[in-house]
Design a protein around this ligand. Structure first.
Ligand SMILES: Nc1ncnc2c1ncn2[C@@H]1O[C@H](COP(=O)(O)OP(=O)(O)OP(=O)(O)O)[C@@H](O)[C@H]1O
Ligand SMILES: [Mg+2]
Length: 336
């Protein structure tokens, strides 16, 4: 059963901006990763799901309900973490969470005393809602008395994570949930998402971070210039018959002769006479005879990752020329 359905959704902001005829479906219990660079259309799609934006064409539904028509109801049911968070700045974290608890009719959290229990400021507690919030506050610790105005970016992001999850919603829509969190907190978040998945939660998560998407998502789509460029399961990615090789050549002549071929190189380093290339089975059969005719000083196979898969859709070979070793700008992750 699908919890989230986007069908042929179009919102054209002009000049090629927006989303164009996108469709995606998230089944119950699935964590779905929405991967794309700045301006690709992730937030635009997510805002349709939260009912903030009216589609020009197509539909956005959660639990079969039209997101625009049932916006108010869905906002209460879904856990939402916006890409840009607008908190009431003068409130403390405690007051804000109390306020959100009341809005969501969380009986146990709606009194100040109970939230103090949840934040560990008093000792014993009570029912499950409070226990769940207590767990969130343990994982993402915050000074509950601090005004939001005075919080750092990461502290605000932690507050946003707690706010999205505090009512223990069945479905969550998270727009770049870990941006601004430090690496330790990012790992805490990844572990937390894994445990929530085990509890049957349905999660749509947009991200720039390959490692995070790889770690938690069962299904992934790559969005490029407002269109879904690829949609695949984590298992399909593992089964891809693709190989990455890093090859070093003895002389500049060997390096140049190799580059006369049309292999998909994700990195070329003319100073080190090294290329990093991606091949499928056909490519591998072409590669072997080419290399055997050249002086190669080193060759190593590197595991094929989500980042490599992403690059197939995003990077043209000529854009990669002259980039530093392993370089893919903001997308870079270390090779194992
Ligand atoms: N209300 C709007 N009016 C005009 N253009 C818009 C509007 N909202 C978004 N856009 C444009 O649509 C494109 C997609 O924006 P969107 O915010 O969805 O990108 P994104 O994938 O979330 O990027 P980021 O990773 O930077 O958050 C961008 O080019 C943006 O400038
Ligand atoms: Mg965005």
């Amino acid at each position: 059963m699908n919890v989230i359905d986007i069908r042929n959704l179009t919102k054209d902001y002009g000049k090629g901006r927006g989303v164009f005829d996108i469709s995606l479906h998230v089944e119950k219990g699935v964590c779905y990763g929405f991967l794309g660079p700045n301006g690709a259309g992730k937030t635009t799609a997510i805002r349709h799901l939260m009912g903030f934006t009216k589609p020009q064409k197509g539909e956005a539904e959660i639990w079969g309900m039209d997101c625009r028509k049932n916006g108010a109801k869905l906002k209460g049911l879904v856990g939402y973490l916006p890409g840009e968070i607008a908190f009431p700045k003068m409130m403390t974290a405690r007051r804000f969470l109390n306020y959100m608890g009341k809005l969501r009719k969380m009986e146990k959290i709606s009194s100040r005393a109970k939230l103090e229990v949840a934040s560990g400021e008093e000792s014993k507690d009570t029912g499950t809602e409070t226990d769940y919030v207590a767990r969130l506050l343990q994982l993402f610790p915050l000074d509950m008395g601090m005004k939001i105005r005075d919080m750092s970016i990461g502290e605000k992001r932690k507050l946003a994570v707690i706010t999205a999850f505090m009512h223990d919603p069945e479905a969550l829509i998270l727009d770049e949930p870990t941006s601004g969190l430090d690496p330790v907190m990012q790992e805490v978040f990844i572990d937390f998402i894994r445990s929530e998945k085990k509890r049957g939660k349905t999660i749509l998560l947009s991200s720039h971070i390959f490692h995070e998407v790889d770690a938690v998502c069962d299904r992934i789509s790559i969005i490029k210039e407002g269109r879904i460029a690829a949609d695949f399961s984590a298992d399909e990615l593992k089964e891809q018959k693709q190989w990455i090789y890093k090859v070093s050549f003895e002389t500049e002549r060997d390096y140049n002769r190799f580059n006369e071929n049309d292999f998909l190189c994700t990195n070329k380093d003319p100073n080190r006479l090294t290329v990093r290339l991606m091949v499928d089975m056909d490519g591998l059969n072409r590669l072997i005879p080419v290399l055997s005719g050249l002086n190669v000083t080193d060759i190593s196979e590197i595991p094929y990752t989500l980042e490599d898969h992403f690059m197939k859709f995003y990077k043209k070979e000529d854009e990669l020329q002259g980039e530093p070793e392993g370089g893919a700008g903001i997308w870079e992750v270390d090779e194992p």
